[in-house]
Structure formats: structure tokens, C-alpha cells
Write a protein that binds this ligand. Structure first.
Ligand SMILES: [Zn+2]
Length: 475
């Protein structure tokens, strides 16, 4: 079955052009000016729309268990929201509970993901540096799971020492993987949290006050030294502190493979939201915390200048009931915000409608770079012959209202509730199939496929940092 998309402005990581797209059996066969359809081809008239590669969100936590709580979107609702928001591939973090065998945790995540409506892949969170964990890294890599994550925070459950992180880096590099790091200084945070609690300062604003930006910066500097030593491709996840951008810039100038990710909430929401009256303030608790407007501006600039390489969601909402049932004490509120459904529209407005940067950069931050870093490119993240026909159609003349009751993801505690944005996702195609059309979701649970990840290709990885992509990469 073949399908031709005609008349749209096509955007990918190399530019914008009025090209038609020829799709066969779920794959892009060609792009070109005025492709002539034959009588048996289906033709979609997309005049007036912008067509982009399906967005790739490589940081989600669907049905993640944290203590007695579970994040409130599973692969069914989370992937429904992803599609409605223009995302056609998600990469979720397999997070074993401490002591759980890695293989068992992987199997458990495959079961959860069986109801995904979009294509998916995984990273594996490592909770220690034992021999068992090192064997787990090999097992995961053989299964096509080549993203790994460690924490420099949470000493009681997840933190791993710098020496052990360096040992893990060497192992991850040897299996062609990428390491993702939660870069906060767990020891310093623990000290400040205890001080705040002892002084009776338990309101939500103390969540941010006990995780100041300097500790995130210090952790990033330590991480930079580790990457310099091991040369393991590494990503600082969910950057909230502006100072971390300096570390990334130095890494980039020195050829050290350290990359940076931020999230829409660090670009759109600030710490004053934690000072709203309880219990509304509980809606805004995430780690690292929301910060001041100065940090937000620095992060936007870093997206413009290429110092930060991708924007993912860290989608990890908890119900309002879970957030508030232990009273006004920031140490007892489960951390995490929603974003899987709103990321593309928030970033489109923040970038293009606000005039900060253009379509090509937007596509790189939300689709191409995440796909490269996660080892999914060129199957995902581009509209090139041979890639999956995952497409988003954007209608600039429409409006999107982020009203929780009308969204597919968990309606509780949506930090963007009531926000109105210019433009809208008009339709989404996943592997050649229309899965969303003007508000109607037609993707069934379970249609998503697991996408195994290849060994990371270092020369391709560096294109993430290039201002202009080399010609060969744009063919
Ligand atoms: Zn996360």
C-alpha cells in the first residue's frame, strides 16, 4: 500500500522545503517536488500544514513504582497522550527495585510496554556496581537496550559513588552504550533536607531551597571529570541549573562526549509555583526542582546556541491524592511532572511562535538528536528514504488548549492546565498508519513495537553538536 503526502512544508534536521513524501509499507521511500501519484496511490492533501518527523521522547517513567506509589500514566494512557502530542517513539527507564535481578526487571518492563500504542525502547537504571549489575549490562545490550542510567543523588536508594560510576562508564562504553546521569549532589542535598526538616521548614518551597543550583553544578563538574577520564558517551539528564551549561560548553570545546538534556517544565515553570498555597503547591514538586526565571532564560539560550542537545519530558506524574495525602511536607511528596502530551506544543510555542529559533533546530531537539543519542536513528528522528513513516502534521492556524479533562494522559496535577497555545497537532502517522486525526485517536493499545538499539556510532553522535550538518548526513 502506498501513500503520498502532498503540499505540506516538510521540516527535518537539515531544513525546510515544500516536498511531497512517498510512503510504502510504513516506510518513507522518497521525498521530492511534485511526486506524480499513480491511480492506486492514496493521496493526502496537506496544504497549509507543516509536516515533521514523529517526535522522540527518550525520558519517560510509565507505571514507575516509587515506594508505595506508582506514576499515574501507564503505557496505555501515556502512549495515547504521546500520539496526541506528536510523539511517535518513547524510551522508558526500566527501574529495578533494589535487589531485583536485571533480567527480571527487563521482562517486567516488556510486559508493561505490551499495551503501548507507539513504538518504544528502553534504558536500564543501575542501582549498584555489583558483578551481577555488570552482567546485567551485557544482558541488556544483547537485547538491544543500550542506554543506562546512574544517580549521583538519593544516597538511601540509588546513589552510586564516583569510582563506581567510572567503572560502569568503562563497561557501558565497551557494549556500545550511552550513560544517562541524574546529576545532583546527593550528600549535600541530604544535609540541607535534614536541616530544613529539623527547623520545621517543610513547605514546598523548601524542596527547591534544599536542592540549590550550586549542588547540581558541582555534580556536573565531577561528572565532566569522569567522562574526560573514560570517554564514555554520557548525557546529563533533566538539567535545571543554568550553571551546568558552562560545563557542557567546556566539554563541547574540548571534545569530551558529554551531552545535555532539559525538560519543558524547566523552560516554562518557575520556582514561585512552589510558593502557591498548599495543596496546589504539591503539583509542582519535581527533582531537580523548578528554578528562577534567570535559570530558565539561560536554558532557553543554551537551546538556541546548541549547548543543550535535546528536550525530553521526564514524564512521571503522580495523582493529586498521592501528592497530598501525607500533608504539607516536601520530603513526603512523590516527585515528578507530566509532559509527554504537551512537550511538542510547548516547545513549538517557546521556539517558533516566540521567535527564539526555527523549525530545523526544534526538530533536532525533539526528534533527531534524541533518536541519535538513543541509537534509534535513522529509523526514527528523520524523514529520509528508508526511515519509518512517522509523521506529525502541524496546523499553524489552529489553537491548542491544554485542558486536563480533554487530554489523554492522567488529568490530575497537570502543571499546564488551562494554558492556551498557538497552533495544533492536526494528525499523526506512525509507520504509515494514521493514528490520530483532528482529536480522534485511532491507535489501539499494543500496536507499538519494540525498537532495539544499535551500538552507538561516535561519528554520528558528534553531529548532535554540529551547527550545520555535514552534507552526507542530509542525503
Ligand atoms: Zn527521570
Amino acid at each position: 500500500m502506498s501513500l503520498i503526502i502532498k503540499g505540506a512544508q516538510l521540516v527535518d534536521h537539515c531544513g525546510v522545503a515544500p516536498l511531497d513524501i512517498y510512503i510504502e509499507n510504513g516506510t518513507v521511500l522518497a521525498t521530492g517536488y511534485d511526486i506524480d501519484p499513480s491511480p492506486e496511490d492514496d493521496v493526502v492533501d496537506a496544504r497549509g500544514l507543516v509536516v515533521l518527523p514523529g517526535m522522540v521522547d527518550i525520558h519517560t517513567h510509565l507505571s514507575l513504582e516509587v515506594g508505595k506509589y506508582t506514576s499515574s500514566d501507564d503505557f496505555n494512557t501515556g502512549s495515547a497522550g504521546a500520539i496526541a502530542g506528536g510523539t511517535t517513539t518513547v524510551v522508558d527507564y526500566i527501574t529495578p527495585v533494589r535487589g531485583e535481578n536485571v533480567k527480571e526487571a527487563i521482562d517486567r518492563w516488556f510486559k508493561k510496554a505490551a499495551e503501548s500504542r507507539v513504538d518504544y525502547s528502553f534504558h536500564l537504571t543501575l542501582t549498584d556496581a555489583s558483578d551481577e549489575t555488570f552482567r546485567g549490562i551485557e544482558t541488556a545490550a544483547e537485547m538491544g537496550i543500550r542506554g543506562f542510567k546512574v544517580f549521583m543523588a538519593y544516597p538511601d536508594r540509588l546513589m552510586i559513588s564516583d569510582d563506581d560510576i567510572m567503572r560502569i562508564m568503562k563497561k557501558v562504553k565497551s557494549v556500545g552504550g550511552v550513560l544517562f546521569v541524574h546529576t545532583e549532589d546527593g550528600v549535600e542535598i541530604e544535609k540541607l533536607r535534614n536541616e530544613a526538616e529539623q527547623a520545621g521548614n517543610t513547605g514546598m518551597k523548601w524542596h527547591a531551597a534544599s536542592r540549590p543550583s550550586y549542588q547540581e553544578h558541582n555534580a556536573a563538574k565531577r561528572l565532566y571529570e569522569m567522562v574526560k577520564n573514560t570517554f564514555c558517551p554520557t548525557v546529563i539528564v533533566h538539567i535545571s541549573a543554568g550553571e551546568v551549561v558552562d560545563v557542557l560548553r567546556e566539554a563541547s570545546l574540548s571534545g569530551v562526549p558529554l551531552f545535555g538534556e532539559t525538560c519543558p517544565h524547566y523552560l516554562w515553570l518557575n520556582e514561585s509555583m512552589l510558593e502557591r498555597p498548599w495543596p496546589e503547591s504539591a503539583t509542582y514538586v519535581c527533582s531537580p526542582p523548578l528554578r528562577t526565571s534567570e535559570h530558565m532564560s539561560t536554558l532557553w539560550d543554551a537551546l538556541i546556541f546548541g549547548d543543550i542537545d535535546l528536550v525530553s519530558t521526564d514524564h512521571c506524574p503522580f495523582s493529586f491524592e498521592n501528592r497530598t495525602e501525607n500533608g504539607e511536607n516536601f520530603t513526603k511528596v512523590p516527585n515528578g511532572l507530566s509532559g509527554i502530551e504537551s512537550r511538542f506544543m510547548l516547545m513549538q510555542n517557546g521556539a517558533i511562535s516566540s521567535g527564539r529559533f526555527g523549525w530545523t533546530r526544534l526538530v533536532r531537539l525533539l526528534s533527531t538528536n534524541p533518536a541519535i543519542i538513543a541509537g534509534l536513528y535513522p529509523k526514527k528522528g528523520t524523514i529520509r528514504p528508508g526511515s519509518d513513516a512517522d509523521l506529525v502534521f502541524f496546523d499553524p492556524s489552529s489553537v491548542t488548549n491544554l485542558e486536563s479533562d480533554n487530554m489523554f494522559t492522567s488529568p490530575d496535577a497537570n502543571p499546564y492546565d488551562g494554558m492556551s497555545l498557538l497552533g495544533a497537532v492536526a494528525a499523526v502517522i506512525s509507520r504509515g498508519e494514521v493514528v490520530y486525526d483532528n482529536g480522534i485517536l485511532t491507535a489501539e493499545p499494543g500496536r507499538g513495537e519494540f525498537v532495539p538499539r544499535k551500538r552507538i556510532d561516535m561519528s554520528r553522535l558528534w553531529t548532535v553538536k554540529m551547527e550545520d550538518h555535514p552534507w552526507a548526513f542530509c542525503q
